[in-house]
Structure formats: structure tokens, C-alpha cells
Design a protein around this ligand. Structure first.
Ligand code: LLP
Length: 394
């Protein structure tokens, strides 16, 4: 929901652009901070969800750490003030150059995804006469009940080390003198709204930490990854994710031993609701079978609907600002069903089919909501399009 003043402000800005509501971001971060601190849990923000500088600055100001998946993200985290003792580096394909840069930056921990990667980090650390902190990413084979494109914790996924390889891991850790084993890491998928799934994850984590301890390896860190989902259907009434419920599952079911730290890597839940993609209707095509709203934003600005059939609320905010009475008195139809599409030369460039909207016209402003996570960061230059700007509430 956008008030009249905000919509008037948008009139003067070139579309498409990402609009950041910094107050929504602040409230979300405050809720996560208070729910996690209750149990002394540590949150590393999964920077891949959004690395907009203003967003990073605010997240950092709450004292969260950074979960990075490339050398570029490690560098950005450090540049934006995340302490190096709070930077972790994950990812299934870290290059030697990226590992070397992270070693030079003295980051806290590498989340390691294969036995070969362990030996390479050891070699590179040895060459620098350093010790690298490592956590082993284990594939727990827990089904996250989310879209199969964003499920990561099953045996068939490329991520993590499968349990049948863990004996090799232990031998390698024993042999590698420049590695310090810190703990175990899991991440089973994204946009998870069924908290029961996390209960199953806790049971796997408990089993796995016993397995390592039985072999004489002290597990200091239990890292449960991220994945907490948000409500894409009700961005105004259910804005803040269920942090309380989420952390409570881990409090209740995770077997945390004295001196151990519990880490999380939340991305989407922290940033999804704070941004909308704002675009303008370029053309209205009324057909016999279909009506189309052609926007000036498409899959180049927000790829989620096209890539994962993801749902986003779509609002005509130019009409929303008018009362239904005004619309009626102007002789406008109540609502019309439109396929809301972008300008890109691909049939999949459609935000959603059959969207019920007030009768819409060229020049109307359209908001695609809950676009703060995996929106701006996944933009592309396909069709040689300009990059959408970012606009902030304050
Ligand atoms: N930790 C690891 C190891 C991850 O791979 C991810 C996300 C996260 C943490 C953060 O997950 P989150 O809390 O944001 O769910 N582009 C897709 C989502 C891809 C998620 C990739 N990994 C989307 O737009 O839905």
C-alpha cells in the first residue's frame, strides 16, 4: 500500500526503479534481532539476497554478520563494515583467487562443500602460513517442501557433502594442518514456510554433531543456514517474517552444548518486504481472449516470476490512490483481468497472468511487491536494457 504522497513523488521519477521502504527494513531487522538475541543465536545476513549499499549499511548497523558466496561479496561485506570475525564464505565453487583473497582478509570461516575443496583451502592457507577456519556443509537429505528450483538439501542437489563421504572428511581434516575445524553447516532451501521442516533439520543436526564428536572433533558451531520464508500474498498485513516461531523451533529441538554457538544465514526474510519494483504501463492491449498490460519493467529487472513461477502481488498504485467512488463517477469499470507482461523479447516475460486490477491506462504506475530479496541482485542487461535505479523512502 502506498500513500498519496509517495505516489505523487513517484510521478517525477523515471521508471522502472526499485523503491526501498527503509522503515520496513528497520522494523524487520529489529524483529529478527530481538527474536534471535533471546536465545543468543547469531545471524549472518545472506548477502546474495540483496547487496544494495544502503541495505547493507542498515543490516550491519544491527550487528549481524555476513554470509558471502563470492570474493566480491566478501569484499563488499568488509567494505560495508561487517567485522572480519563475522564474515563466512560459502559456495560450491570457490576459485583459488577468491579463497586467497578471503585468507588475506582473515575471515572467520569457510563453509566447505567438498573433500577436494578442503585440501585446496589447506594448500592455499599453508602457502600463506595461515590457518583457515572451516565448517563442513553437510547435505542432510531433508526435504524443504519448497519449489524444487530452490531446494538444496537433498542427495540429488549439488550442494554440501553427502553423509557417506564424511569418513573422508574426518581423515582429511586430521591430515590438513592448516585447517581449523569449527563446526557443521546446513542449508536445506529457501522460502520455507512450514516450520516443521526445521524440526526435522534439528534432528539431523543433533545426529551429525554426535557423529563428529564421537570421532574426537569438537563442534563449536552449529550453522542451520537460512531459508525462512515470507508472505508474498500479504505484504501490508503480514510484513515481518515469523522470526519468533522460527528461532523457537531451534531453541526447542536443537541440542546445544555449553560453549557452542548457533549460527543462521537468513537472506530473504530480512529484505524481501522492504522493496517494490515500480514500473509504468506502456501499453494496454485489449483482446477478445486476453487483455495485456505491457510494463516498462520485465524479467531483466525482476526474474523471479519467470524463473521460479514465483508469486508477487501486483498493484496499480495510480488507481489505488483514488477511492472506488471517484473511479465510478469517472465511468471506469470496476476491475479487469490482465496478463501483466514486460517488454523483453521472450514469451516467458510475464509477471503474472489473469491479474485482477482496476481498469488501467498508459502511464499508470504499477508496483510489484515483496521484491527486496533476489530482485535487484538478479537483474540482467539482456536486450541491452539500462539498469533500474534504486529510490529510498528516506
Ligand atoms: N545459506 C545458503 C548456503 C544459501 O544457499 C542461501 C540461499 C541462504 C543461506 C539464504 O537463504 P534465504 O534465507 O534467503 O532463503 N533466487 C532464489 C533463492 C535462492 C536461494 C539461494 N540460497 C529466489 O529468488 O527465490
Amino acid at each position: 500500500m502506498f500513500n498519496q504522497n509517495t505516489v505523487s513523488r513517484f510521478q517525477g521519477i523515471e521508471t522502472p526503479f526499485y523503491f526501498y521502504n527503509m522503515e520496513v527494513l528497520r522494523q524487520t531487522l529489529a524483529a529478527c534481532h530481538s527474536a534471535s538475541s533471546k536465545y543468543n543465536f547469531h545471524v549472518h545476513y545472506a548477502m546474495k539476497a540483496n547487496f544494495n549499499p544502503r541495505v547493507l549499511e542498515m543490516i550491519q548497523s544491527f550487528g549481524f554478520g555476513a554470509d558471502c558466496v563470492s570474493g566480491g561479496e566478501v569484499q563488499a561485506a568488509i567494505e560495508h563494515g561487517f567485522g572480519k570475525d563475522k564474515v563466512v564464505f560459502a559456495g560450491v565453487g570457490k576459485s583459488d583467487r577468491e579463497i586467497n583473497a578471503a585468507l588475506d582478509a582473515d575471515i572467520f570461516c569457510f563453509n566447505v562443500e567438498s573433500v577436494q575443496e578442503l585440501t585446496i583451502i589447506n594448500e592455499l592457507a599453508q602457502a600463506k602460513n595461515k590457518t583457515a577456519g572451516v565448517a563442513i556443509r553437510i547435505n542432510p537429505n531433508v526435504d524443504a517442501h519448497t519449489h524444487h528450483y530452490i531446494t538444496t538439501g537433498l542427495d540429488e542437489n549439488k550442494f554440501g557433502i553427502n553423509t557417506w563421504q564424511l569418513n573422508d572428511v574426518v581423515e582429511t581434516l586430521r591430515a590438513c594442518k592448516n585447517l581449523q575445524f569449527l563446526g557443521i553447516h546446513f542449508h536445506i532451501g529457501s522460502q520455507i514456510t512450514d516450520l516443521e521442516v526445521y524440526r526435522s533439520l534439528c534432528i539431523r543436526i543433533n545426529e551429525m554433531q554426535e557423529w563428529f564428536e564421537d570421532r574426537g572433533l569438537k563442534v563449536k558451531i552449529l550453522n542451520a543456514g537460512g531459508g525462512l520464508g515470507v508472505d508474498y500474498y500479504n505484504p501490508d498485513t503480514n510484513t515481518v517474517a515469523n522470526f519468533e516461531g522460527y528461532f523457537k523451533v531451534f531453541k526447542d529441538f536443537l541440542n546445544v552444548k555449553p560453549g557452542q554457538e548457533v549460527h543462521f544465514e537468513l537472506g530473504r526474510a530480512l529484505v524481501a518486504q522492504c522493496a517494490s519494483l515500480i514500473s509504468r504501463v506502456l501499453y494496454v492491449k485489449n483482446g477478445q481472449k486476453k487483455n495485456f498490460l505491457v510494463l516498462d519493467a520485465g524479467m531483466t529487472e525482476l526474474m523471479r516470476p519467470m524463473l521460479y513461477q514465483a508469486y508477487h502481488e501486483i498493484e496499480n498504485i495510480s488507481r489505488q490512490a483514488n477511492s472506488p467512488e471517484v473511479e465510478k463517477s469517472e465511468g471506469l469499470k470496476d476491475t479487469i483481468h490482465y496478463d501483466v507482461v514486460g517488454p523483453i523479447c521472450e514469451s516467458t516475460d510475464c509477471f503474472r497472468k489473469d491479474v485482477e486490477l482496476p481498469e488501467s491506462f498508459r502511464g499508470d504506475l504499477i508496483a510489484v511487491r515483496t521484491a527486496g530479496a533476489y530482485g535487484e541482485v538478479m537483474a540482467s542487461g539482456y536486450n541491452l536494457r539500462n539498469r533500474a535505479e534504486s529510490v529510498y523512502s528516506n
